[in-house]
Design a protein around this ligand. Structure first.
Ligand code: GLN
Length: 235
């Protein structure tokens, strides 16, 4: 079986470099000799439904709404996730898979409804800076990234966060950062997040292919540990 990673609309949602998350997954799969292909979906293309891991990044409000409308009209991402595919989404991507969010003019619009989260704009200053959280699944170390968003995101009653904020803002509700629901992760962490948190990349890979052989990339590990130690010296 070839592991298929689907990168969605990075020309719309690539403002913060989140497209690098795909490269990390490909690199860490190849290091384990897992056959892997990266499928690039651009506006106008049909979203394949047979992918294993789907990725969405962050961007400005206009492109965010455009990506949402394309995904809604296509329907392929919702089908793939319903069939069990993994999904990793960042910031604008995280917001648009939720139930509702602000549209390009600030009005409330429906999201894809893949997770029960609601994003709102408030009078609070934009959340910009480094973000550190303690993951809710305890085998993972502290997660780090940088955030840059106006929206604040409230989780529905059945939703679990990706982590609890130790530094920064994250979702801005109840100390939560992101969402983790089955194989679906949403986060406010750019970085790209999977560069700064290689263990999280392995969680996504394992959700698609099962147990992974041990692999340590010394550069990735050094970066992850430098960020953790600098941003949360108590760790
Ligand atoms: N619409 C979003 C916000 O500002 C998107 C930000 C982002 O993707 N970094 O809240």
């Amino acid at each position: 079986m070839t592991l298929t990673i689907v990168r969605l609309y990075h020309d719309l949602l690539g403002t913060y470099g989140d497209q690098g998350n795909a490269e990390v997954l490909v690199h860490r799969a190849k290091a384990r000799e897992i056959p892997v292909e990266l499928v690039e979906v651009t506006p106008g293309m049909t979203v394949p439904t047979s992918g294993d891991i789907y990725l969405l990044g962050g961007g400005e409000d206009g492109p965010q709404t455009a990506a949402l409308e394309l995904l809604r009209a296509d329907g392929g991402l919702n089908s793939a996730v319903t069939s069990g595919a993994a999904l990793f989404t960042v910031c604008a991507g995280f917001q648009l898979i939720g139930s509702s969010l602000p549209g390009a003019d600030g009005e409330t619009i429906s999201g894809l409804g893949i997770v029960d989260v609601h994003t709102v704009y408030t009078s609070a200053p934009r959340s910009v800076g480094e973000l550190v959280c303690q993951p809710t699944r305890s085998h993972l170390p502290l997660l780090t990234g940088f955030e840059n968003h106006q929206g604040l995101t409230e989780l529905g009653p059945e939703m679990q966060p990706l982590g609890m904020v130790k530094r920064g803002i994250g979702n801005g509700f109840a100390g939560a950062e992101g969402v983790w629901h089955g194989n679906i992760i949403g986060t406010y962490m750019h970085g790209p997040a999977l560069v700064r948190n290689p263990e999280l990349a392995d969680v996504l890979l394992a959700s698609a292919v099962g147990d992974l052989v041990e692999f340590h990339d010394p550069y990735a590990d050094a970066l992850a540990s430098e960020r953790r130690k600098t941003l949360w010296p108590h760790s």
